[in-house]
Write a protein that binds this ligand. Structure first.
Ligand code: GDP
Length: 445
């Protein structure tokens, strides 16, 4: 479903990864090509723009490692960003269907594949999840549609609600709920009527049904081949009805895949499944990780970069630990610890991971460490010279004043920081002797 995009991106990155050193200009050119490739795949302009911007920001200022080329690193960043824009909550294909009988409302335009998808999903829930499913067609305008669902039900061995002529959509929905409750079904699926275009009557009817049954999931079924139109339809349905997820159909065709890439970013709603054909088992869960991999087709490079990153982190940690064990803990070390804390969600996050740090936590609470203070402390350290950072004992009163003033703080704050550096140094040394440091650092990685 992403062949063209995949090919285009492959070409861009092949050129990039073959080069050794990359200039900013190389990255810029590559990203310009990525943007064009995304637009050609019918990804909406704002999404393509944000995507490229995010990659650019991440690509600049990243530590480049010896074992991989910068180009490979960019591939990994693009891969992660692809995953990021595709990501939804929970597990792929997860539906909230506890509290039997759970109503699932299927909505969408006519011809989008709603009835087919209702059947596919019912089959999946029955066979894969072992659920008892009841299906009901609410299409009172096209008796043939109700027949179609009944036939599908027989084919896949899923019960359908008996057809009663002359009922309204809400009446059918209520009858389905009653039957599902009495009959001990786990799930009942309501296949609402579609129209060729979104109109008020259709929306009002779906709203009434929604209010009558209070669905656990409201899935919009939309034709993936229609690209950006699919995304617009989703926005509209979400605004009026409130959807919980999207099923993109006809992803087996030679569509450009843009709908899949823009959907989550524009509507905030995850794609839960994709339709991959007309057959009843042609429904796949939408897995951002796999899809990102497929689009980029560069799994080897991604794995290589991941491995390299792990190695550098481990090497850094090892080097740091050796220094700490010797009682070497200067302002640079403190700075990287503070930055680490920032990354890990402040004090509580980091201390929770380090055994034997209970006492330390209390002392630091006294010092009032929160995110704002972490930032100030890092600023203080940045105002020191290289020599001062390596050996804070050099700091004279006059220099302390200048540093504090330069970062808009009191000398007392700086003194607190210095005390913290000494205490942490002592602590690390003690922990190093008992072998606890090693354990603690393992927990942090
Ligand atoms: P509804 O009007 O939304 O209920 O649409 P239908 O379920 O009747 O589907 C319309 C047509 O699209 C049918 O011919 C289906 O077989 C076909 N269709 C549905 N989903 C897919 C899909 O994922 N791939 C392909 N190739 N065809 C599909």
């Amino acid at each position: 479903m992403f062949e063209n995009l995949s090919e285009r991106l492959g070409g861009v990155f092949d050129r990039l990864t073959k080069q050794g050193a990359l200039s900013d200009e190389d990255v810029k050119t590559a990203l310009r090509e990525v943007r064009v490739a995304l637009l050609e795949a019918d990804v909406s302009l704002p999404v393509a723009r944000d995507f490229v911007k995010a990659v650019q920001e991440k690509a600049t200022g990243q530590a480049v490692t010896k074992s991989i080329t910068p180009g490979q690193q960019v591939v990994k960043i693009v891969h992660d960003e692809l995953q990021h824009i595709l990501r939804g909550e929970g597990e792929p294909g997860e539906l909230k269907i506890d509290n039997a009988p759970a109503p699932i409302l299927m909505v969408g335009l006519q011809g989008g594949g709603k009835t087919t998808t209702t059947g596919k999903l019912a089959k999946r829930l029955t066979e894969k999840n072992g659920k008892r499913v009841l299906m009901a067609s609410l299409d009172i305008y096209r008796p043939a549609a109700q027949q179609q669902l009944a036939i599908l039900g027989t084919q896949i061995g899923v019960d359908t609600l008996p057809i009663v002529a002359g009922e309204s959509a809400v009446q059918i929905a209520k009858r389905a709920k009653q039957q599902a409750t009495l009959g001990g079904y786990d799930v009942y699926m309501l296949d609402t009527a579609g129209r060729l275009q979104i109109d008020e009557t259709l929306m009002k009817e779906v709203e009434d049904v929604r209010d009558a049954v209070n669905p656990r999931e409201t899935l919009l079924v939309v034709d993936g081949l229609t690209g950006q139109v699919a995304v617009e339809v989703a926005e509209e349905f979400d605004g009026k009805i409130g959807i919980t997820g999207v099923v993109l159909t006809r992803m087996d065709g030679d569509g450009r895949g843009g709908a899949a890439l823009s959907m989550r970013a524009v509507t905030g709603k995850p794609i839960k499944f994709v339709g991959m054909g007309e057959k009843m088992d042609a429904l796949e869960t939408f897995e951002p990780e796999r899809v990102a991999g497929r689009i980029l087709g560069m799994g080897d490079i991604v794995a290589l970069v991941e491995k390299a990153q792990e190695t550098i982190e481990a090497e850094q940690a090892e080097r740091m630990m050796k220094r700490f064990q010797k009682g070497q803990f200067n302002m640079n070390d403190l700075k990287s610890q503070l930055e680490q804390m920032q990354k890990m969600g402040g004090m509580e996050g980091i201390m929770g991971m380090m055994p034997g740090m209970g006492k330390m936590t209390k002392q630091m609470e006294g010092a009032g460490i929160d995110d704002r203070i972490l930032k100030q402390q890092i600023a203080l350290i940045q105002s020191m010279t290289k020599r001062e950072r390596a050996n804070p004992a050099l700091l004279q009163a006059s220099r302390k004043k200048r540093i504090a003033k330069g970062s808009g703080m009191e000398v007392s704050e700086l003194n607190k920081l210095l005390k913290m550096q000494r205490q942490m140094g002592d602590m690390m040394k003690k922990m190093g002797k008992g072998g606890m440091l090693k354990q603690a650092m393992k927990g942090m990685l």
